[in-house]
Design a protein around this ligand. Structure first.
Ligand SMILES: N[C@@H](CCC(=O)N[C@@H](CS)C(=O)NCC(=O)O)C(=O)O
Length: 242
């Protein structure tokens, strides 16, 4: 049964799945999605995702959403090297702790920067008020400090000397603002050194390939958007801005 992955590489939870599958030589059929063109609302996609969100994995009649669940499924199904999700109960608990923490604390604020600094102004022609922008930046600052002090501490990687799934997840999330020319690693030597270590292990070619869409999103031609897609995007924006 072939493994199908429905991903839009503009999304950090999709990039981590893509990079992980490629690094581990997991053979998959790639279904590129375009969220900004509203493809998640198509009848075909709705049939496999009630939430109309990516990433989604499909293997015959087995369908799985949520990046954390997909990553862990891939580690088990393909018996990937144990360092990705080590059996040691404390290491595993630290990864689980990170994965439970990241959605609210990293994914949402990082995504807010991309939307508020770049996509909302591009789509609506209006800037996000400075006060709101400052609140988002403050939230990001607090959470990357927490990541650095609590999860990374003085170790090369989250579980110690070797990379694990949490490092990969964290890096792709922290790259999200780069799409809006906002580099959160500036002035953060420890965090930047960790990012470089992760990128080196991923390999710069794969890292660039996975981030290509994000890096070029600023050139997106919004004049091609039809009204119904624009409306759906604005609904998505409201949920992002809650
Ligand atoms: N918690 C989910 C998040 C999934 C998610 O929010 N996906 C976004 C892209 S990052 C999406 O598909 N949004 C489409 C929409 O809201 O219309 C995961 O980690 O997989």
């Amino acid at each position: 049964m072939s493994l199908e992955l429905y991903l839009d590489l503009i999304s950090a939870p999709c990039r981590v799945i893509y990079i992980f599958a490629k690094m581990n030589h997991i053979h998959f059929q790639y279904f590129p999605m375009d969220l900004l063109q509203g493809q998640q609302h198509s009848k075909e996609f709705e049939a496999i995702s009630i939430e109309k969100k990516v990433p989604v994995l499909r293997e015959g009649s087995f369908i799985l959403s949520e990046s954390v669940a997909i990553l862990l499924y891939l580690t088990r199904k393909y018996s990937t090297s144990i360092y990705w999700y080590p059996p040691d109960i404390h290491m595993r608990a630290s990864i689980d702790e990170y994965m439970a923490w990241q959605h609210e604390s990293l994914h949402i604020p990082m995504r807010k920067i991309l939307w508020s600094k770049l996509l909302i102004p591009m789509i609506t022609g209006q800037k996000v008020p400075e006060e709101k922008m400052n609140d988002i930046l403050k939230q990001v600052q607090t959470n990357i400090q927490l990541f650095s002090d609590h999860f990374l501490k003085d170790k090369p990687f989250i579980t110690g000397k070797i990379i694990c799934v949490a490092d990969l997840m964290a890096v792709v999330e922290m790259m999200q603002p780069v799409g809006a020319n906002h580099n959160i690693f500036l002035g953060q030597p420890k965090l930047n050194a960790w990012r470089q270590r992760v990128e080196e292990i991923v390999g710069s070619r794969l890292f660039q390939e996975a981030h290509q869409k994000l890096f070029t999103i600023k050139k997106w031609d919004t004049s091609l958007l039809n009204n119904s897609t624009k409306e759906k995007i604005l609904v998505m924006v409201q949920s992002v801005n809650k």
